[in-house]
Design a protein around this ligand. Sequence first.
Ligand SMILES: Nc1ncnc2c1ncn2[C@@H]1O[C@H](COP(=O)(O)OP(=O)(O)OP(=O)(O)O)[C@@H](O)[C@H]1O
Ligand SMILES: [Mg+2]
Length: 263
Amino acid sequence: MNSILQFDHVTCRFPAMASGGRRGRDFFTAVDDASFTMYEGEILGLLGESGCGKSTMARMLLGLLHPSSGEIIYRGKEIGHLSDRDYHPLRREIQMVFQNPFGCLDPRMKVKNLLLEPLRAWKIGEGDADRMKRVLQMCEECGLPEASLDKRPGEFSGGQLQRIAIARTLLMEPKLLVADEIVSALDVAVQNQILQLLLNMRRRYNLTILFITHDLAVIRKMADRVMVMRQGRILQTGDCGAVLDQPDDAYVRELRTAGFWML
Ligand SMILES: Nc1ncnc2c1ncn2[C@@H]1O[C@H](COP(=O)(O)OP(=O)(O)OP(=O)(O)O)[C@@H](O)[C@H]1O
Ligand SMILES: [Mg+2]
């Protein structure tokens, strides 16, 4: 298995004024000495309670935040300390899907343009006819009727919006996808549809996915391996079944006791 990403002793600290101290008086350690590897084509689940540092980890990977120390190696290259300009070419291949798709889709634009615009910006496809062909095919794969293209984001449900956001992301042909709580705002039936869509697309496009959630049932459905985080530290990493059946972490044990894993 080829490694695609490595976090090597990555720490991220914020000034303590912003959030109260955790370790040390002057700063707050949101991610504490995190090391892990992701392999091409896998879904790595990142599980942990609210505030444990999951999104901070994602933001560092996406070049939105620099580690205070440590290295992030993506396909052999250190990317944690790149300037915005040097990171820019990676923005196409490292993509993110968020919890709230409405927040990342301009409500004034028709879906057609929301999907075409990034293709134009990245000069993907040979002219607009080819781009439109790609958009139509992606819509079909993501279960979006053609009639959706002439509507605006406000006319869709949360689940449909998440399909649009996923379609838009996959049109960029990413290699690595970060999915941060992407189904947390949806009801269970729609959650399952979106998760199944992502699983299908992962096979179709050989995606590597960092899948962030605090939901045990969701992680069991999605992840090949899972990493448990608590208070900024990675406590346990391993095959999904093994970690969830014999968790080292009290939070995971609590979730199990609460019966969430049976869903
Ligand atoms: N820019 C910042 N300045 C100060 N503190 C921050 C900043 N960003 C995050 N934090 C703190 O770092 C900790 C980790 O935040 P993070 O958003 O990574 O948690 P999370 O695991 O994603 O939680 P959730 O499940 O609620 O999304 C939190 O205590 C948060 O308050
Ligand atoms: Mg978060």
